[in-house]
Design a protein around this ligand. Sequence first.
Ligand SMILES: Nc1ncnc2c1ncn2[C@@H]1O[C@H](COP(=O)(O)OP(=O)(O)OP(=O)(O)O)[C@@H](O)[C@H]1O
Ligand SMILES: [K+]
Ligand SMILES: [Mg+2]
Length: 692
Amino acid sequence: MTAVLERPQTTGRPVGAGTFRPALLLESLPTALRKLDPRHQVRNPVMFVVWVGSVVVTVAAIVDPSVFAWSIAVWLWFTVLFANLAEAVAEGRGRAQADALRATRTDTVARLEDGREVAATELTLGDRVVVEAGQTIPGDGEIVEGIATVDESAITGESAPVVRESGGDLSSVTGGTTVLSDRIVVRITARPGDSFVDRMIALVEGAQRQKTPNEIALTILLSALTIVFLLAVVTLQPMATYSGGPQSLVVLVALLVCLIPTTIGALLSAIGIAGMDRLVQRNVLATSGRAVEAAGDVSTLLLDKTGTITYGNRRATSLHPLPGVEVAELAAAARLASLADTTPEGRSIVELCASAHGLAPEATAAEAAAAFVPFSATTRMSGVDVDGREVRKGATSAVIAWLGDDTDRARLEAISTEIAERGGTPLVVASGHVSDLGRHDDPDHSRAYGIVELSDVVKPGIAERFGELRAMGIRTVMITGDNPVTARAIAAASGVDDVLAEATPEDKLALIRREQAGGRMVAMTGDGTNDAPALAQADVGVAMSSGTAAAKEAGNMVDLDSDPTKLIGVVEVGKQMLITRGALTTFSLANDLAKYFAILPAMFLAIFPQLGALNVMRLATPESAILSAVVFNALVIVVLIPLALRGVRFRPSSSDRLLRRNLLVYGLGGVAVPFLGIFLIDLVVRLVPGIG
Ligand SMILES: Nc1ncnc2c1ncn2[C@@H]1O[C@H](COP(=O)(O)OP(=O)(O)OP(=O)(O)O)[C@@H](O)[C@H]1O
Ligand SMILES: [K+]
Ligand SMILES: [Mg+2]
């Protein structure tokens, strides 16, 4: 199975022009012809008007044939066809991606835990399947038992195997990927036909594409403009008749089509499809076009410290016992509190105790029988209850609060601050007794042993990325469950704009609501079940593919590479889509000026010879002028298809500056280009007998 998806871009740069092949135009022609069906056209009001105009002019040409009438009729049909072509080409590229994705869907046989074998397509929610080394995972699910290395290259294109295991935030597996080692039990979380890959296929093929809110707003605006021009053209006729020069139906339709915003009307849906494609090329699956659009409007980016800004392999690096405590005693307690802790932090503590202090990395039978208290982002502690003794490790403030007053608080805080100031994370190790009252502040039995230092490293290059985001007017906020001192140290090293430390999942949710209340659009990434509420609340929630099913359900995008920094690229894709749409709208509207100068003098030259002065392009005859404008109007759509698909290039800068720059480039360009274009087309068109 060799599904080849384009590799994701390592930087957030737009995918290059290489993704558009001119041959695509020809390949998409049959689809474009099929789209001439009026039931399809009616969904795009601007192009529907052109379609009706083409019918009207064709009838007029049949009734009263002339080279001019037939030429206009043919080029009006071309205009509709070219618009269809833009959409068909965009969909065609999506189809190629869909085929690559489809190749990952398996027709494998799934082995259920109870030994029965069923086809992968027959699996239902909650089925537990066993997958062993060399076998393909039959569907999306969560590992409920075991740990395995998985080859996800079929969906991510990334050849390095990844570790997936039950329990933590790395428990998700995707159907179509292959287990390389060990044996896992997977609980199926998606119905066949409704997996992430299935949903993505439907999206990139355009089958489920619904107009996004901005797209709808723009369509309404373009429709309104079309109605205004329609009224203007219709009311022109009585005036023309009064002046003694009634216009033919063919000329009136030609004028109308040239004035209504056909360029953006033709390219609008291609721009939307292309934005979605660009995300898929980066291995990000969006569940709606709306999410992609929202990404372009994001003004606050919430980023996890651990794993996004830092490498995230926060590992225990040293032990700091309190005065009067043997380091061996601290190591023993730290190990005990971590034996059943499957988080990377927990495992690294057991490893440190084994490598530096000679303690056994495996739990004895008695130790394994102890009641494990798992880490939670709310308690910020974890540990075991054994023989009426509670052994805990956790964030300094959390453990001090748990121990009560009678601890060497000052000393614990001093060591913690020292660790935190170098960007490390302190974990206090302590134990207490379960008293009859269920309290832990029995001074005879509660004690702290010391501190485990966890270290993590800030990713290189992250400060530059934040600089670019700042230039775009996007605020970056680092959110972390870690203490404020560590948070500030990492914030300073990474150049993030703001920090929220000791954040519980509720705090994250509240922060998002606060930003949104201020009218800001918020994007965030997450992988844990804890992140699910915040992912759902955020305007753009990117869940890691490796994350829990809850996180993936809550977000509106999934990153197949599980790379939290991808969020930055996602925002860039969204921005580029909005900028492209704005630039082509500007261009489309600015085009009108030249067409006006081409057509109006031509229409009334017979009655008002003075209008000849307005014929600045020196067009040969009234017929050649009108036909040239119509031909230009059609050709400009084809010429702009690559730009619509590739997206307008942009440098990171504020929205205001971008807007001004685009108005200048695409506004002035939109005014100038058609003058030249129509002039050149007229040189050819005038050679046609009956026109020139
Ligand atoms: N396995 C663990 N056992 C006990 N305490 C832990 C464990 N893991 C983390 N902690 C403590 O809980 C705090 C919060 O952890 P949490 O995972 O919620 O946030 P974080 O990983 O620091 O930040 P981020 O949101 O960037 O992932 C940590 O700073 C640490 O002090
Ligand atoms: K037009
Ligand atoms: Mg965390």
